[in-house]
Design a protein around this ligand. Sequence first.
Ligand SMILES: Cc1ncc(COP(=O)(O)O)c(C=O)c1O
Length: 442
Amino acid sequence: MTSQANQDPAFWSAADNSLIRYGGAFVPRIIESAEGVYLHDAEGNKIIDFTSGQMSSILGHGHPEIVNVIIEHAKNLDHLFSGMITRPVIDLASKLTGMMPKGLDKVMFLSTGGESNEAAIRMAKLYTGRYEIVGLTNSWHGVTQAAISATFQPTRKNYGPSAVGSLVLPAPNAYRSPFRKPDGSYDWEAELDYGWNLVDSLSTGNLAAVILEPILSSGGVIVPPPGYLRRMKEHCAKRGALLILDEAQTGMGRTGKMFAFEHEGMVPDILTLSKTLGAGLPLSAVVTSTEIEETVYKRGYSFYTTHISDPLPAAVGSKVVDIVVRDDLPARAHHLGNVFRSFLLDLQKKYPCIGEVRGQGLLVGMEIVKDQKTREADEPLGIALADRMLELGLSANVVRGPGFGACFRMAPSLNITEDQLKEGLEIIAEAFRTTPGVKTVE
Ligand SMILES: Cc1ncc(COP(=O)(O)O)c(C=O)c1O
């Protein structure tokens, strides 16, 4: 191991020669191993993973109980003909629907988040006999056709038309919305009504569904105001459309409840789970009511994939559920999320470039701005801070796309210890102390 090992010319030239680049530059580190909340690079540096990989590994990396399930199932029951169902699938289906309210009674298991949203949207179209799908600005639902058509990010550009009938509502961004009451507070109801007026005037009368994340994570950890999801469901019901909630990132305890919709006391018509359900393995789910399932079944619902109902990932999901429940990880997420945010709020008193700290449970957003009054995003500074954190041993995500502000999206594993969390927070503080261009309050 040398101090230059991350620069290994053979590795990077092989990467240059052989890999398709799918989303900007690669992180200039060679990660050799991952254990718990730590990644280890080729130079022996320890890096705390504050994004749970791609916002998925809620149990950290290489959790021994998950490893055992993988080994056992790789040996004995891995992948089958898609029409065969197995005990792990029934186990996971019973556990999940058993912990959900009535109306989320039936489930199917796929691999990725995009796929689960694709399946949910097809279901909504078949159920309603309509085709218009409403997404929110700043959303992210995946890169397959229906999912990306409901995803309003710059990645939408340059690939020709999205699905016919793709409509949009404004994300409920309390920090940036121009909709204000006379006292300056956010007027989300006026904004939502305004958005629906536009949707109604665009609609051909074929609204099938609204799809949204209970917290818009990729869009910058935008937490809708209390009552928003309930109101959205009312808007949908009034128009005979379904509400699909995408809990790819918020599901399985991340926000302080098992599922984020529980904070709102409402039940979506269709729920999708992914990322956190497999805790890092490709596993996703679509959950809906008996009535919707029966109706679409009778109409010939088809969503047949190679890895649907695969026993190995289902067994992993089943163990994830057991661990999240046994170790009461939603309560941990709630407690550690408060520790996390109050640390950042203290930093904000010192560093005016921290525009806002927000989030719920262990899904935390921190927006970097040029000026607290104008709230203009400071993307170069956000990137410089993220780079400095990595140098110091912390991987913390930042949305780099123009128009989204320099918002850190942080989501450590739910079983991180308080000491490990504080170790990461100290690195954030050190990055603010030592990144050129960061000003302190005068
Ligand atoms: C809320 C949400 N839904 C869906 C997806 C897409 O999941 P996948 O990349 O597994 O297709 C993502 C990915 O970031 C996401 O954040």
